[in-house]
Design a binder for this molecule. Structure first.
Ligand code: ACO
Length: 328
């Protein structure tokens, strides 16, 4: 039996950082940010005592509450993140402890912006194999913790946030996570989007701090070119593999990195704009959080029903990218 998404939830910090706010600290402007990216504002988790595990825990608690189950029913917790609270222990262990999921095991998954689709496909395997009955897949990132607010090419793009789902066996054939195609390109990706400091190659030192190596660095143009092709290619591949058309797809749920990348993907699919889930204007790029936050909003707004066809596509550092076909 395939794995179905039975519950969705999201968490966004309350504090809003607008483009106008950024104008005060960077040589940028609202018009540039809006036209180049589609972003108007993003959320920031300012409290230094709260980080990714806090947001992921908020999502996990909402998932339990919405599903009406207790934490000990969860078998597996996958947290996709590139901003774990610490390199170890894993964020998944922190979440497990916070919610008291005493019967669960868990791990963090590192695939940057593609973390959630990687996690969804991975979690689905544990349901399909019968190994687990209830799996939580959470995407969470406190991007403000690795942003250089002196670098206008990256600081404007990202926000903090988290979202997640519970996966369980679908009640009927033909529903659930029906297909997935995941890719990575470690030959061309690594130099274009990375945070080089703090790992075993460049452990934290005065030098890494002085060289600002604990911040995200991106060659935006290169990443844009790669993303626009890869996301559209995998979206079309999902359509062809599953006999989907622009009429039968209800929603394209793309990773929210840039409105222009999302439009280009929809155009290649022949999909009208009203079938593209877009909330980048409100939250910016929350990395592993974007797709589950989109799912939670669609679900809350009752825009998806049993039988809705969703194509999820992502692209991120690595490079990593992929598509997932879900019949709700
Ligand atoms: N405000 C004003 N001007 C700016 C800003 C800014 N914030 N940032 C750059 N500029 C300037 C540049 O200096 C450049 O000036 P120049 O022409 O005088 O040299 C000009 O604007 C154009 O810069 P580009 O980098 O060519 O702008 P582009 O249209 O490519 O947009 C952007 C930049 C938004 C970063 C885009 O390239 C993009 O979205 N890239 C992909 C991001 C992405 O998908 N990331 C993957 C996911 S992230 C993850 O995995 C963690």
């Amino acid at each position: 039996m395939k794995a179905a998404i039975t519950t969705t939830a999201k968490y966004l910090p309350e504090e809003v950082l607008t483009n106008k706010d950024l104008e005060r600290i960077l040589d940028t402007n609202d018009e540039w940010i809006t036209t180049r990216t589609g972003i108007r504002e993003r959320r920031i988790l300012r409290d230094p005592k709260k980080a990714t595990a806090y947001m992921a825990t908020e999502v996990a608690n909402s998932l339990l509450e919405k599903r009406g189950i207790s934490a000990d029913e969860i078998d597996l917790i996958i947290v996709a993140t590139m901003t774990p609270d610490m390199i170890f222990p894993s964020t998944a262990c922190l979440v497990q402890g916070n919610i008291g999921a005493t019967n669960a095991w868990g791990f963090d998954l590192s695939a940057a912006c593609s973390g959630f689709v990687y996690g969804l496909h991975t979690g689905a395997q544990f349901i399909e194999s019968g190994n687990c009955k209830k799996v939580m897949v959470i995407g969470a990132d406190k991007m403000s913790s690795i942003l250089d607010y002196e670098d206008r090419t990256t600081a404007i793009l990202f926000g903090d946030g988290a979202g997640g789902v519970i996966l369980e066996a679908a009640k009927e054939d033909g529903y659930g996570v029906l297909d997935a195609r995941l890719y990575s390109d470690g030959l061309n990706g690594p130099n274009h989007l990375l945070m080089s400091g703090g790992g075993s190659l460049h452990p934290a030192s005065h030098e890494t701090v002085d060289q600002r190596m604990h911040f995200i660095r991106q060659d935006g143009r290169q990443v844009f070119k790669a993303a626009v092709t890869a996301m559209a290619d995998v979206a079309v591949e999902m359509m062809e593999r599953n006999g989907l058309t622009s009429d039968t797809i209800d929603w394209l749920v793309p990773h929210q990195a840039n409105q222009r990348i999302m439009h280009a993907t929809a155009e290649r699919m022949g999909l009208p704009e009203e079938k593209v889930m877009m909330n980048i204007q409100n939250y910016g790029n929350t990395t592993a959080g974007t797709i589950p936050i989109c799912l939670a909003e669609l679900d809350e707004q009752k825009k998806i029903q049993t039988g809705s066809n969703l194509v999820l596509v992502s692209f991120g550092a690595g490079y990593t990218w992929g598509g997932v076909y879900v019949r709700w």
